[in-house]
Design a protein around this ligand. Structure first.
Ligand code: SF4
Ligand code: ZN
Length: 174
């Protein structure tokens, strides 16, 4: 069930904010593979990983490591380029929390209680782990993935039907 990620209260339990983990701080924005790996490992034992990841996705944090995901994984989840723009290349997201495939993701439109510019939000929910996040670009990509699957299945069915008819005609001639 999706709830707007507005509060930052979860940060009081953040493992990366503990003084004993100070040495990790730069690693969350490092380019070094092994430092990034260690920072991600810290996230995987963090009690607020889910809130952190949801907040980062909702607020489009496309740089650094959040909730165990680096910027490339976060951009892929949001289906955006490194400039934060909706990518033309089809970049289908997996669930960023449990890595379920895009076929396991559902999209919905939720009414917002706020009186801002947007009155509705597009939400993506993972049917495997229940993780949900708000992102128009993710939802668009998931919808495109599903439409493409349906299209491919229909084309395959058409091909099979054609082949069947062809074989029937062949048998009739023989
Ligand atoms: S999940 Fe990682 S980045 Fe997020 S609060 Fe925890 S340790 Fe920090
Ligand atoms: Zn999931």
């Amino acid at each position: 069930m999706w709830k707007p990620a507005e509060s930052l209260r979860w940060q009081s339990e953040a493992l990366c904010a503990k003084p004993s983990n100070k040495k990790y701080l730069d690693w969350f924005f490092s380019k070094n593979f092994s430092e990034k790996y260690d920072a991600k490992n810290l996230c995987f034992s963090c009690p607020v990983r889910k809130d952190c990841l949801q907040w980062a996705l909702e607020h489009r944090q496309i740089w650094g490591i959040w909730g165990g995901k680096d910027e490339i994984e976060i951009r892929r989840t949001l289906s955006v380029s490194y400039l934060g723009e909706e990518t033309r290349r089809r970049r289908y997201p997996n669930c960023p929390f449990c890595t379920a495939r895009p076929g396991k993701l559902e999209t919905s439109v939720e009414k917002l209680s706020t009186t801002g510019r947007w009155t509705t939000a597009k939400i993506v929910t993972c049917s495997e782990c229940g993780f949900a996040w708000r992102s128009r670009t993710s939802a668009n990509a998931v919808d495109a993935y599903k439409a493409e699957k349906i299209d491919k299945a229909a084309k395959l069915e058409k091909k099979k039907e054609k082949l069947k008819k062809k074989n029937k005609r062949k048998k009739a001639v023989l």
